[in-house]
Write a protein that binds this ligand. Structure first.
Ligand code: ADP
Ligand code: ADP
Length: 542
């Protein structure tokens, strides 16, 4: 190893001939002897959105403390008193010089949106409007409430809000402030794709129209691409050291990240490239049907919400992607398949054993991860279970931790493992991407696909991250309608038809990046956007 990493080399299978140049210099901050060290800082720019792309535990919060003036970075000299003069000296002549001068003069104020919005009701008692009222520093709050669709919940106690509602309230509360620097730590968890795009547009307007500096951490790459002007890649060894690169254009930054190789830095951050397919997968020879189901309908109470389902077939060992807004009836359908809910019309002559991973994970018990997982499967600890479930989800290091001290991403990986470890006919995963970083999304995708193939298991994955759905799904089931009022579930379709159906509803088209073939959201009204809409190809260009 190069002598920096605590455990094994994070760049597996990669020869490290020389230390990356960043690591040959002193860090920006080191917490203590042998403690975490941060190399490099992001550059907030007024009038623009700066993104950071990289794993958790890599020093983003540390960097933001420094940029907000809440901590003077010690430049690695943790036993001496740190001063802004020294920091300024280090950054003289760089893009950060002006910014650091302003921090030193205490001229930078900050607003931040926390990563885990689920915690907000624990810290704030009261109804939504109480939380929002104090934040209206620019007279923009009403507009945010309207455009983010928060109006229906303004009088509701915060502890009754769903994750998606809390996320939108937290975004409005942060953006409504009048500050110089806004830090948004993940904007997409629990939001459906329409809400993600709206949030991205509002953030861009905040930066451009109000000349504010906005820094975002985001793992949904289609949204990050739409949102950011410049991008810093963060890499390193979580918990040991983190490197924040110089800014790149958002397009190059994401491409290099997917390739696993940073060209300016001459640094490989992953052995393999993450690949997308420009063409729809060819119609595969289908395996045996798992179930055939007829048209169904179901309504709750006096018809406050009703769902119509078009009949169809689900095949064994396929991964069926499920897309559509929140509150449209996706879990209602899963409950009908499980036999725990009777349809009003249509009859189901089967009852599937369903293993279900809910969207909001509540496994906060004072119990160790290994004890929890071994209570679910007898295979726990076998080499087979480790290869198929634990290793791809990187559970090794957290087995001995307690469920209630896990971070959001760790909890998500345990919940996916728990679901896949059950013995079931159908595995339903609701938003497995939430709080996973990009690397973990790719690993979870591989774990889920592999599991379906090796176990003849049928998996339904509900997710709003288009890249994750693209990498995961064999076919798509599209839900549309009016959330909380009426839902319609289409019959499962091939990817091309499904994407066209879904995206035409949202009025969003994607083009392909020439180099990596990854999908990128088109600007509304651009030539490509209009051309693709005319030809009805919203996702696959040929
Ligand atoms: P991120 O925001 O990217 O998840 P953080 O900046 O919060 O990362 O933390 C990076 C690393 O620094 C973590 O391993 C964390 O344990 C460590 N760390 C954070 N604060 C302190 C501190 N005050 N003393 C020692 N280590 C710390
Ligand atoms: P999704 O899984 O797509 O988010 P759900 O199937 O959970 O949607 O819910 C669809 C709608 O039905 C929502 O408006 C929800 O509030 C409502 N709903 C869900 N379960 C019940 C129930 N048991 N009684 C009344 N309304 C319900």
């Amino acid at each position: 190893t190069c002598g920096i990493c605590v455990e094994k080399c994070p760049f597996d299978a990669i020869e490290i001939i020389n230390l990356p140049t960043e690591l040959q210099e002193d860090p920006v901050h080191r917490y203590g002897d042998n403690a975490f060290a941060l190399y490099g800082l992001p550059v907030p720019e007024s009038g623009g959105v700066t993104g950071i792309l990289g794993p958790n535990g890599i020093g983003k919060t540390t960097a933001v403390h420094a940029l907000a003036g809440e901590m003077v970075p010690n430049l690695g000299n943790y036993d001496e008193e740190a001063t802004w003069e020294a920091v300024l000296e280090r950054y003289r002549g760089t893009e950060l010089q002006n910014y650091i001068e302003r921090v030193r003069e205490e001229q930078v104020s900050i607003a931040r949106k926390p990563q885990y919005v689920d915690q907000i009701p624990k810290q704030f008692d009261g109804v939504t409007s109480d939380l929002l009222a104090a934040t209206d520093e620019r007279g923009k709050l009403d507009e945010y409430v309207e455009r983010l669709g928060i109006a229906p919940v303004v009088d509701q106690p915060l502890d009754t809000l769903s994750g998606g509602e809390l996320q939108r309230v937290a975004l409005a509360a942060t953006m409504a402030r009048d500050r110089d620097f806004y830090f948004l730590d993940e904007i997409t968890p629990y939001l459906d794709i329409g809400q993600r795009v709206t949030a991205a547009r509002l953030i861009r307007e905040l930066a451009e129209e109000e000349d504010k500096a906005v820094l975002v951490v985001e793992h949904d790459l289609a949204i990050l691409d739409l949102l950011a002007d410049t991008l810093h890649i963060a890499y390193g060894e979580p918990g040991a050291y983190g490197v924040v690169t110089d800014p790149k254009s958002v397009r190059n930054g994401i491409n290099e990240y997917l390739k696993g190789y940073l060209s300016n830095e001459n640094m490989r951050i992953r052995p393999d490239e993450i690949q997308f397919h420009q063409h729809a997968p060819r119609e595969t020879s289908k395996s045996a049907p798992l179930v055939d189901y007829p048209d169904l309908s179901k309504s709750y109470g006096d018809g406050e919400f009703s769902l119509d389902v078009e009949g169809g077939t689900i095949y064994q060992s396929e991964v069926l992607g499920i897309v559509g807004p929140n509150g449209i009836g996706k879990s209602t359908l899963a409950q009908m398949f499980a036999g725990s809910l009777e349809p009003d019309e249509g009859e189901l002559d089967f009852r599937l054993d369903i293993a279900y991973k809910p969207q909001y994970i509540e496994i906060d018990q004072p119990m160790r991860v290994d004890a929890f997982l071994s209570s679910i499967t007898e295979d726990f600890g076998t080499s087979y279970w480790k290869t198929e479930v634990a290793n791809p989800l990187q559970l090794g290091r957290i087995m001995e931790r307690n469920l209630d001290d896990l971070s959001g991403g760790e909890r998500q990986r345990v919940a996916i493992a728990a679901c896949l470890s059950e013995d079931a006919d159908l595995y339903v995963l609701d938003e497995p991407s939430a709080h996973l970083d990009v690397e973990q999304r790719v690993q979870a995708t591989t774990a889920i696909r592999r599991y379906a193939e090796n176990h003849d298991a049928t998996v339904m994955v509900i997710d709003h991250d288009i890249y994750m759905i693209d990498l995961l799904a064999d076919r798509l089931m599209v839900f549309d309608g009016e959330p909380s009022v009426h839902g319609h579930a289409g019959t499962p379709q091939e990817m091309r038809a499904g994407m066209n159906d879904f995206l035409s509803d949202l009025d969003i088209t994607f083009r392909r990046d020439e180099r990596t073939q990854r999908p990128r959201i088109n600007k509304p009204g651009s030539q490509l956007d209009s051309k693709q809409k005319r030809s009805g190809e919203y996702y696959y260009s040929s």
